[in-house]
Design a protein around this ligand. Structure first.
Ligand SMILES: NC(=O)c1ccc[n+]([C@@H]2O[C@H](COP(=O)([O-])OP(=O)(O)OC[C@H]3O[C@@H](n4cnc5c(N)ncnc54)[C@H](OP(=O)(O)O)[C@@H]3O)[C@@H](O)[C@H]2O)c1
Length: 259
């Protein structure tokens, strides 16, 4: 399907690996010029070259901490008027709520709530003026369903979700949509780190933890960054202009509810 995105400019935060990379790949496939981000310049340079060659589009990158004001400015300098913004970042480390002190709590809120709000604020005036814009926030299934050790991540992302629920309606008349994708369990480094923690706390092997986790998912497997990216690209597409303020759960059926 032609997503109607040829020549659009996409700024994809935290996209050197995992889900962000899946989004960058799918948007480049759809014909977007893509700006990648992460903190490792060597990894980014290799990925930019690979995506550019694979899809025949321009891909540049910014090696910077997306949570810092300087990092955000560098991203906006590299991609001054994005048509598409994918808000993504690392998540807070898994930790029991009782171990979180004030600096750790603030870090988590800055990472997963303040940063996407700041970037959204920066790009919305241009998007509304041009009459087209797509913002996709990568949040988490944990906004809907508590996950042990991730209360900070869940809280910050739920705050972001509520914030965006108002903003998306304000910009809807201008052809701009804002949606959230809620990953369940996707096969990335982040998921692996969680399994390693569970294995070391429980004394089980990594393979046992992994197999048991996959069995809990009705689909019987983890999601792939590629299928995540394709969903993101569709939400950014010309066809998705009437979808806004939605929370798209991608979880292979893991969240057990009718609604
Ligand atoms: N995978 C899942 O199943 C799952 C489920 C629920 C929620 N999530 C959330 O979805 C997001 C992406 O997860 P993932 O699984 O794709 O993680 P991942 O595989 O660990 O990839 C994280 C990406 O973010 C980049 N990054 C991390 N911190 C950054 C920073 N401060 N500035 C710029 N880039 C940064 C990393 O690159 P560098 O390290 O080189 O900077 C990497 O490209 C996370 O917030 C995660 O909590 C994931």
């Amino acid at each position: 399907m032609d997503l109607g995105l040829k020549g659009k400019k996409a700024l994809v935060c935290a996209s050197s690996r995992g889900l962000g990379k899946g989004c960058a790949d799918a948007l480049a496939e759809a014909g977007c010029t893509v700006t990648l981000n992460g903190r490792d310049a060597a990894v980014l340079a290799e990925l930019a070259g690979a995506l550019s060659e694979k899809h025949g589009v321009d891909v540049n990158f910014v090696a910077a901490d997306v949570s810092s004001p300087e990092g955000q400015q560098a991203l906006l300098d590299a991609c001054p008027s994005p048509d598409i913004l994918v808000n993504n970042n690392g998540g807070p480390p898994r930790r029991d709520y009782s171990e979180l002190d004030r600096p750790a709590i603030l870090d988590g809120v800055v990472q997963n709530m303040v940063t996407p709000i700041e970037l959204t604020k920066a790009v919305l005036p241009g998007m509304t003026e041009r009459g087209f814009g797509r913002i996709v926030n990568i949040t988490s299934m944990s906004v809907r369903m508590p996950i042990e050790g991730l209360d900070l991540s869940s809280g910050a992302r739920a705050g972001l979700t509520a914030f965006m629920a108002g903003v998306c309606r304000q910009v809807a008349p201008h052809g701009v949509t804002i949606n959230n994708i809620l990953p369940g369990k996707f096969d990335t480094d982040r998921l692996k780190a969680g399994f390693e923690r569970t294995a070391s706390l429980s004394g089980q092997s990594l393979e046992t933890v992994r197999t048991d986790a996959a069995k809990e998912i009705p689909a019987g497997r983890f999601g792939t960054p590629e299928e995540f990216g394709q969903t993101c690209a569709f939400l950014c597409s010309a066809h998705a202009g009437y979808i806004t303020g939605q929370n798209i759960l991608l979880d292979g059926g893991l969240y057990p509810a009718a609604f």
